[in-house]
Design a protein around this ligand. Sequence first.
Ligand SMILES: Cc1cc2nc3c(=O)[nH]c(=O)nc-3n(C[C@H](O)[C@H](O)[C@H](O)COP(=O)(O)OP(=O)(O)OC[C@H]3O[C@@H](n4cnc5c(N)ncnc54)[C@H](O)[C@@H]3O)c2cc1C
Length: 455
Amino acid sequence: MLTEQRPVAIVGAGLAGSLLAALLAKQGRQVLIVERRRDLRQVVVAAGRSINLALSTRGITALQLAGVDDLVLPLCVEMPGRLMHAPSGALTYQPYGSAGQSIRSVSRRDLNAVLLDAAEAAGASLRFETTCEDLDPDSGMLTLRDAASGALEQVACDFVVGADGANSAVRIALRGRGHLTDVETTLEHGYKELNITPNDDGSFRLERAALHIWPRGDFMLIALPNPGGDFTLTLFLEVAGARGFDAIAEPAAARAFFEEHFADALALMPDFDEQWAARPVSRLSYLHTSTFHAGDRALLVGDAAHAVVPFYGQGMNASFEDCTILMQLLDAHEGAFSADLCRDYTAARKPNGDAICALALGNFIEMRDKVASPSFLFRKRIEAALHALEPERFIPLYTMVTFSNRPYAESQERARRQDGWLDEALSRIGCSLEQTDQDPAAIAPRLLESLPLPH
Ligand SMILES: Cc1cc2nc3c(=O)[nH]c(=O)nc-3n(C[C@H](O)[C@H](O)[C@H](O)COP(=O)(O)OP(=O)(O)OC[C@H]3O[C@@H](n4cnc5c(N)ncnc54)[C@H](O)[C@@H]3O)c2cc1C
């Protein structure tokens, strides 16, 4: 039968696309993955130029499903907490979760390479330097352009998954045919990535086991460690205006800005001026899409469906979770891609895409501003003490989002109830968050006695 000869096509061999290709090909399906860039496994990355991502439980769950967690986890650097750098140089540490819980810094390139190897080993066909130009979701006809020759080709597919990132050509094709609407919102803040190289002996120049944050109100610098001993730094700052990237475009102005706000980090970058001049400023945006599928032949995963701002470290994790849920739904639908499966996929993923989008925006304010506040950190310590006493009944939001597979929307809703409860219980026992020298472990039982926990 003709349909059986048609592949399931995945557009985009980034993180979600290559993972999904591995998962589908492992089931013995004929999988074709098309990627507009060169094969990143053939491209040499200059030392100290790696870009890293924070991997957490949802991502690891998907990697386990694909059987590649054993290959990826050794590539990671564990970050059990965040280390805040005050303008004075003083450091404050806050654990992310309970003992043994860490987020993990992993190189985007190395992770993607593992996933491409897994997809290939499972039997997927990979076509690089091939751009998706269009998709007709009614017929499953993909229009592809070969980068070398410029030639167009039509490929008839059984089913098409758009895993082609925030500017997804698949999504644009579905929108153009009236299957969905989308709204992309660009933040006033952009970002620039820099690097701190290792010491001559290969050791780290900053504490290795932490995500570093320099919170400065409406802007911030962060640094994540890489296994090679270097750190990837990201400055988040408004693009325009007197205090934005535009105003410090020249290295001398940027150096003065760093001397004022990030002197300890600047001291670790002897080549700051060259880095500053060479690195671009990128924009940040997030995306709302009305539905993640079209009919019975096409759906979207990852950033193509729900790009989020990076402040919760969940964009990739959410994208991987899309793949986990899609595979569960395929099982529930006896392995068949169908209109029902597509509808169930949107029903399962859209509320969670919306939730992580809102949570990520909220976390920007937490990271750049609130983590510098002693009363905010004190409240977090109280939450940790409550969690230690009632691990199943009081779970901090960060723990639910980062260290569990509980759906994002459910986590968001539960956290709202817990927040309301904590405000009320604190007022009942007359506890002020300004008195940060109190012992959270002594306060937590009093809170629990004062008011029943919400369900
Ligand atoms: C600064 C920053 C920091 C981040 N940090 C984190 C973090 O710590 N943790 C986390 O979980 N997430 C993080 N993210 C988010 C994460 O990068 C994304 O959510 C993730 O890359 C999404 O994966 P994806 O496969 O959907 O898209 P992508 O990784 O963007 O992959 C899309 C692929 O499709 C290809 N493509 C595009 N168009 C076409 C076309 N027309 N034809 C063929 N191929 C095409 C692209 O070349 C690319 O390879 C961060 C994002 C940013 C910007």
